[in-house]
Design a protein around this ligand. Structure first.
Ligand code: DX5
Ligand code: ZN
Length: 217
């Protein structure tokens, strides 16, 4: 089963409660929350207060995608705010194993994200410990960018590793996912699609955005 994870980054923040309830009603499987610090990525977005607010609005699992420097300093506050899955980037997490262990020891799921230029093999020593791998299909920082097709072989490689090692690990793609790009990502092996623009900016509303993504998954 393919899961749909709407990214709240493109929601209308003047109507956040309505937007969250709308995606929940439309059958979203989880909510993706993009945390940006203006340093690791060239944009500033939201922090634990928003996670806490969203957590009070929905029963859906929340995943916090931390695009911030020194993510290890912030994993606890995001878990306390209600994040069920914490995703850190491989590129800037020096003690990745320790961070992953610490997330899981607290009963939460641990995910690792890879930027488009980061190869799959950096996960060799950690993938057995992970609940989720997120493959970025745009350079992180903004919604509404074009899907980078050259990440597809990397998705396939990570899927093969998951299959070969017989581990339970979700594989998620994030960035530029829409009805045109989702099929190739699913064929390459992802089981979770993150989408901001394709859901929250769909001209016919979020329910239609989710329905169309599912139809192409
Ligand atoms: C980008 C974020 C994505 C973003 C996706 O840095 O990690 O989650 O919101 O936006 P779309 O789906 O519009 O590419
Ligand atoms: Zn994201």
């Amino acid at each position: 089963m393919i899961q749909i994870a709407p990214s709240i980054l493109s929601a209308d923040f003047t109507r956040l409660a309505d937007e969250v309830r709308a995606v929940e009603q439309a059958g979203a499987d989880r909510i993706h929350i993009d945390v940006m610090d203006g340093r690791f990525v060239p944009n500033i977005s939201m922090g634990p207060f928003i996670v806490e607010a969203i957590n009070s609005l929905t029963e859906l699992p929340l995943e916090a995608h931390l695009m911030i420097e020194e993510p290890d300093r912030y994993i606890n506050v995001f878990m306390e705010a209600g994040a069920d899955v914490i995703i850190v980037h491989q590129e800037n997490t020096t003690h990745l194993h320790r961070v992953v262990q610490s997330i899981r020891e607290q009963g939460k799921q641990a995910g690792v994200a890879l930027n488009p230029a980061t190869p799959a093999h950096v996960l060799d020593g950690i993938i057995d410990e992970l609940d989720l791998v997120l493959v970025m299909s745009v350079n992180p920082g903004f919604s509404g960018q074009r899907f980078i097709e050259s990440v597809l072989p990397k998705i396939r490689e990570i899927r093969d590793t998951i299959t070969d090692r017989e581990i339970t690990c979700d594989l998620e793609v994030d960035g530029g996912v829409n009805a045109d790009t989702a099929p190739a990502a699913v064929t390459a092996g992802v089981n979770i699609l993150v989408a901001a623009t394709a859901v929250f900016k769909h001209p016919d509303g979020v329910a239609e955005g989710i329905r169309i993504l599912r139809g192409h998954a």
